[in-house]
Every structure is written in C-alpha cells, then in structure tokens.
Design a protein around this ligand. Structure first.
Ligand SMILES: *Cc1c(COP(=O)(O)O)cnc(C)c1O
Length: 399
C-alpha cells in the first residue's frame, strides 16, 4: 500500500462514516492548485465549497495569520482585543451594515440569526411568546445543527434526528405567490439562499427577490439572506443580493470570510434585529477572537484589492460560455452566476459521481451534488488559460 491507500484505510477504520469523499489525499495547495501525496497536481474546482475563494494558502492571509498567531490568539469575549473593532469597521464599510455579530461556523451564524429574529419578533414586532414563525424554502441548505436540519427537506440530512425544532414554514423556492400566502401575523423572518448551492446551483426567476423584498417590508418580516456560499465574490458581486437590486435586513457570511484558513462567520444586520441581544444572551468562546479577526480582515482586503470579485464576474461568463459550447448528449442544463456553476446531466448518464472520478483522473477536482449535477466553483483567481484547460478536460470527459 502507498501512503494515500494507508491513510484512506486508517480513515475508514477509525473515522465516523459521515462523508464519502473522492479518494484523493491532498497534502499541499497553492492558488487554484492542490497536490496529492503521490505528487499529482489538480485544478481545484470546488474551493472547499467556496471557502477558498482567495485561492489556497494566499500568501498575505498566511502572513497575517502567522503574525497574529505569534502575538495573541484568544482572549474570549470576557476581555476585549485589538482586532475586533477593525474587523467591524472594515466589514461595515464594505457591506454597509450597521451591526455585526462574529461567530465561527456558518451553521452558528444561521443559529444566531434565528435566535435574534425570534427575540426581535417578541420584543419589537409583538408576536405572542412561543409563536414566532420563520419562512424557509424547500431544498435549502443552511448547515447541520438540530434546529437547522429541523427545516431541511433532504431526508438524509433530517431523518432519524428528531424531535425537531418547531417554528418553521417551508415553501417552494422561487415562488413569490407561495411566499405571500405563507406570511401571517406571527411571521418574524424569511431565511433564504440567493442561489441554492447544495440543491444544485438553483437560480430563482428574475424579479423573485424584488417581490420577496416588497412583501417583507410590507409585512414587517425580517429578510435574512444566507450568503455563506454565494457571498464574498463567488457570483461576481460582493454579495449575490446585488444581482437582484435588493438589500437584506440580515446577511449571513462565512466560508471565504477567512479564505479557508480558519472558521470565521458573521451575522450582518442593517436593522434593529441584533440590537435585541443583551449581555449573557448569546455568545461563543472563539467568536470574534483576534486570530479570526486578523485572518478575516486580510481575507476581505485581498478579495477587494486584488480584483477577485471582478475576475469572478469575467471568468464566470467565460467559463459558462465554454461549458455551453460543449456538444454532448448527456448534458441536460448548464447554469451559473459568476464562478458558481453547475452541469446537470441527463438521468440516463448514470450519475455525476463517475464523471467527477473521470475528471479527477484528468487533474480536475469537482464534486457531484444531488446525483446528476456536477458543481464547479474554482477559486476566484482563476485565469483565462486555466478556464480553457478546465473546459477542455470537461469536454473530453462528457462528450
Ligand atoms: C456551508 C453552508 C452553511 C453552513 O456552514 P458551515 O460552516 O458548514 O456550518 C450554511 N449555509 C450555506 C448556504 C452554506 O453553503
């Protein structure tokens, strides 16, 4: 057995079996590329589900991390640190938000928003205690905690984990009529992904979010957009809401907020929602720690200063054009926005996973989602030549 076979065998023997990764054992990353233990190089077209938008081991984020790690890593929020205020200031300037709450994982940001809007519902909107409702969409993905999977419609994510947290109302994604019908006087919020990522890069119809925004405003419902995957440049804008010409009341970001170095997430609010949380009512030992803040500050800085958002828009258009020019009788649909893209295969093609295996053999790493869809999300620093190479490998694999 070589090194990778040994490591895979050990993982299988000792690890919980809650993932089914492609059998490639990675040991190094730089920019858009990663290398396995046998020295093979791959173009990463997943970017850790968009956590590595800035590219692997970005040198400036690395330097900020090393510098801060040698100075001060964790104080807890029992004391203050000299990085948090700067992160607040820089995030507020970039996104226009008025209040910010830092957490670690994406799921924690979602949980934080749910807690805050429920409390806001009781204290500000006047919803009777225990009656708050949050509207969510079918085929959502917002994370893995018990309350979040309570409103998942994916049987794998949900079945067997009850009893479930009540207070959620599920409607189809992209259907503004269903949204209007679901609102009642106890509705405190709507929690929606601008583009459904895990569901297979599902883009809602034009005008959908304009109508959702109107309905939320008219009914005093907090619009929470989960931009943990779509945000921070992935779709060719800083936030995907910009494509829709709207502003959420609460925006959730995570993943690329650290450029893949560290779990950092945040709840951004431009309304009074976060104001309802008082000392002792919410927190996290690691949330807002100086190491996380230093990493996040630099991750945001390079995203903007190095033109990654504009590059995502240009390379996304170019990549999609390349994918759409592929002649193949197994492709049902090619869709995307910026560098958040998907190739949906015909059901007769026999599943996307075998094509991801074949792409791996050609040096391109991508991940199947929902059986028939290949998801493509390279780091935002990808070049035209690298897109050309990727499209030609994909063409050879599916035509
Ligand atoms: C990844 C993701 C989450 C959960 O983030 P974790 O850091 O894995 O907890 C939530 N929402 C969306 C849209 C995501 O893509």
């Amino acid at each position: 057995m070589n090194t990778s076979e040994k490591l895979i065998a050990t993982e299988q023997r000792l690890g919980a079996n809650n993932y089914k990764p492609l059998d490639v054992v990675l040991t190094r990353g730089e920019g858009v590329h990663v290398w396995d233990t046998d020295g093979n190089r791959y173009l990463d077209c997943l970017s850790a589900y968009s956590a590595v938008n800035q590219g692997h081991c970005h040198p400036k984020i690395l330097a900020a991390m090393v510098e801060q790690a040698g100075r001060l890593t964790l104080t807890s929020r029992a004391f203050r640190n000299d990085q948090l205020a700067y992160l607040y200031e820089e995030l507020a300037a970039l996104t226009g938000s008025h209040k910010i709450l830092p957490m670690n994982s994406g799921a924690e940001a979602v949980e934080t928003a749910i807690k805050a809007v429920r409390k806001w519902g009781y204290e500000v909107k006047g919803v009777p205690e225990g009656k708050a409702e949050i509207i969510v969409c079918a085929d959502n993905f917002h994370g893995r905690t018990l309350s979040i999977i309570s409103f998942s419609t994916d049987p794998d994510a949900r079945t067997g984990f009850g009893p479930y947290t009540p207070g959620f109302r599920t409607i189809p994604f992209g259907d503004a009529g269903a949204f209007e019908a679901a609102i009642n006087s106890n509705t405190v919020a709507a929690l929606i992904e601008p583009i459904q990522g895990e569901a297979g890069i599902i883009i809602p119809p034009a005008g959908y979010f304009t109508r959702i925004r109107e309905l939320c405003t008219a009914n005093n419902v907090t619009l929470i957009l989960d931009e943990i995957q779509t945000g921070l440049g992935r779709t060719g804008k800083l936030l995907a809401e910009e494509h829709e010409g709207i502003e959420a009341d609460v925006t959730l970001i995570g993943k690329a907020l650290s450029g893949g170095f560290y779990p950092v997430s945040a709840v951004l609010s431009n309304s009074e929602v976060l104001g309802v949380l008082k000392p002792g009512q919410h927190g996290s030992t690691f949330g807002g720690n100086p190491l996380a803040c230093a990493v996040a500050r630099t991750a945001l800085k390079v995203l903007v200063e190095e033109g990654m958002i504009e590059n995502a828009a240009a390379m996304g258009d170019y990549f999609l054009e390349g994918l759409r020019s592929i002649r193949s009788n197994i492709v049902r649909d090619v869709r995307g926005r910026g560098l958040m893209m998907a190739i949906e295969l015909e059901p007769e093609a026999g599943g996307a996973r075998q094509y991801c295996h074949a792409l791996k053999e050609r040096g391109l790493l991508a991940k199947d989602t929902h059986d028939h869809t290949i998801r493509l999300a390279p780091p935002l620093i990808i070049t035209r030549e690298q897109v050309d190479w990727a499209v030609s490998q994909i063409e050879k694999t599916i035509s």
